[in-house]
Design a protein around this ligand. Sequence first.
Ligand SMILES: Cc1ncc(C[n+]2csc(CCOP(=O)(O)OP(=O)(O)O)c2C)c(N)n1
Ligand code: SF4
Length: 299
Amino acid sequence: MVISIKKLPRKKFVLPGNAACPGCPESMGLRYVGMALGDKAILVIPAGCTSVIQGLAPGSGLGFPIVNVPFASSDAVAAGLAAAKEVAGEDAVIVVWAGDGGTADIGFATLSGAAERGDNVIHICADNEAYMNTGIQRSSLTPFGAWTTTTWTGKRERKKDVPLIMLMHRIPYVATASIAYPTDFIEKLRKAASIKGFKYIHLHAPCPVGWRFDPAKTVTVAKLAVQTGMWILFEAENGRIRLSPPSKPYADKSRRRPLEEYLKLQGRFRGITEEGIRVLEKMVDENWETLLKLIEATS
Ligand SMILES: Cc1ncc(C[n+]2csc(CCOP(=O)(O)OP(=O)(O)O)c2C)c(N)n1
Ligand code: SF4
């Protein structure tokens, strides 16, 4: 399915005057969710930047119906909402929109539970790779080597691979996406909405405030993540994995741009050593190797 941005609904779900910082990737991602799902979407949102972007009065920052929930309950609340809408015979798409902290750390138990039960929900992880709303603390999705206010000399551990963990829940749909590739993300959202059961989409969302880059460069940084191979776009339908078009060229390592091009734009990697860069490069290679083997095994 080829999507033309010009033919997408014009209705705005991210409203003027909202509280997002300039260059905010979460407001971009939410705009695409509105374009893909329109009035059918009901968002379940735990604490995080988006619960600030939405504003204090309903409908002041975001135009979606929203249920605000405590972190650890997001997917459980969404499951109940999906069941209630089904009983009522209403055609709604229940979407959990949570940050990396809300997905991979604090909300992980209910995420895993809803996936295992097959609740009819789309979970989107808006991954800005740290707890931004409370002042840039590390999460399990912060990459190796990155500065945060709780990893002053660079994070020592590698980024947790949540998309692959979700794949191993054997749910019908898992995908990765990037705010730099809106039509790819919109296509994946529409596909997820057409499938019954639990769906997981992991959206890479570079944050100018926490990653320390020029707010005009959000899309450039997001694109470089894909072009250097640091972030891989793929989707898995019923366990069959395939690379998404923007990432296909980079299965060939020689076509990837040097990782330094991605790192040097971001102040959070200012302190990384040559040795640290080599460690990160090795992690990128390992991620590709694993994914390519899985693609081969499931095709
Ligand atoms: C149970 C609980 N623990 C901690 C907090 C404080 N808190 C509010 S927002 C937030 C950060 C959320 O980070 P993330 O989920 O990555 O979303 P982001 O702010 O980056 O969009 C934290 C820790 C809270 N509200 N509830
Ligand atoms: S801190 Fe980052 S993710 Fe949060 S509102 Fe600002 S730009 Fe958006």
